[in-house]
Design a protein around this ligand. Structure first.
Ligand code: CA
Ligand code: CA
Length: 145
């Protein structure tokens, strides 16, 4: 997937990882980012598939969220687990989506993901605050495939 690497240098990838770490200081929720070039599925279906592939449906409070990006398709999906959907309003991810969309529109790919991850952490904080017993249930990595 050289196309993906063209979009994201190693340094930029590390900045996203750091954003995930920062975001998870706010919330017990688990945030992951998956980037790939394209998919033959609908982007929503593919996001769901990746969500399961990364075992993101296994968190105790069912409060993981995936930011899925198909780079060459210019599409992304924010997919949150059941535990989140049960307690938040329907438009919960709107602010996070707008942050990402506005950056992508201006060609700021990495910045869109960094700010989107941080925004997701802030939004989750209200419903799933971090506490000292929190476990980092999912690796703070960018998944590329
Ligand atoms: Ca956690
Ligand atoms: Ca994590």
């Amino acid at each position: 997937m050289s196309q993906v690497e063209d979009f994201l240098s190693q340094k930029e990838e590390q900045e996203i990882v750091e954003a995930i770490r920062q975001a998870e200081l706010n919330t017990s929720g688990e945030i992951r980012v998956h980037i790939e070039a394209t998919t033959e599925l609908s982007h929503y279906d593919r996001a769901l598939e990746v969500f399961k592939m990364l075992n993101m449906d296994q968190t105790k409070a069912e409060n993981a969220v995936l930011i899925y990006v198909a780079v060459t398709d210019h599409k992304f999906v924010i997919y949150g687990d059941k535990g989140i959907n049960a307690v938040v309003p329907d438009n919960f991810w709107e602010t996070t989506r707008d942050v990402i969309q506005n950056n992508f529109k201006n060609g700021n790919f990495k910045q869109g993901l960094v700010q989107g991850v941080l925004k997701a952490g802030e939004e989750l904080k209200a419903h799933f605050p971090w506490d000292e017993d929190d476990i980092d249930e999912l690796p703070n990595e960018v998944s590329i495939g």
